[in-house]
Ligand binder design. Structure first.
Ligand SMILES: [Zn+2]
Ligand SMILES: [Zn+2]
Length: 162
């Protein structure tokens, strides 16, 4: 399930190319990077580097581990991807062209539920104003168990009692 996209003026690819060209030492947009950007932006997912490597290999792409890690860091720096730190793992998701949102993360099945809440936004704005804090972003992750896992747990408990 993903949230409705936000209108953006450029394609992720052209934004990334622009970023590479504007580095102090301009960098070339390689074929592997192009494959990565196209693959990542073809669907909205929360993924870690290993999942991306596996999925791209399965889809028939030739990508090196080092390139994946290096490019992910650049995509974050370019404002295309957002990092989500979850325990010891780092997940990535679209930032460019995707609305700000928060996450509920199921610790049983790993499911990530995205939500937006205007009251939360208001609270954050108030808190920042109080501290004269200029906010550039935030990560808000709620851990727990999702509805499906809760149901499974209740069923299991019932069966255990029989
Ligand atoms: Zn779950
Ligand atoms: Zn998300």
């Amino acid at each position: 399930m993903s949230l409705p996209a936000v209108q953006v003026s450029q394609s992720p690819e052209s934004k990334f190319r622009e970023y590479l060209a504007s580095r102090p030492k301009p960098q070339r947009y390689t074929e592997q990077q192009r494959d990565m950007v196209r693959y990542i932006f073809s669907q909205h997912h929360h993924f870690d580097a290993d999942q991306l490597i596996d999925r791209m290999k399965q889809a028939g792409f030739r990508v090196s581990r080092a390139t994946i890690y290096r490019t992910l860091a650049k995509l974050v720096d370019a404002g295309l991807l957002r990092r989500l730190e979850l325990g010891s793992k780092t997940f990535y998701e679209h930032d460019y062209g995707y609305p700000q949102h928060e996450h509920l993360v199921c610790e049983a099945c790993g499911n990530m539920i995205e939500f937006q809440n205007s009251t939360l936004e208001t609270i954050l704005n108030d808190v920042c104003r109080e501290h004269q804090f200029h906010r550039t972003g935030h990560t808000f992750i709620v851990r727990g168990t999702c509805a499906e896992c809760n149901r499974a747990r209740v069923t299991k408990r019932r069966l255990d009692m029989i």
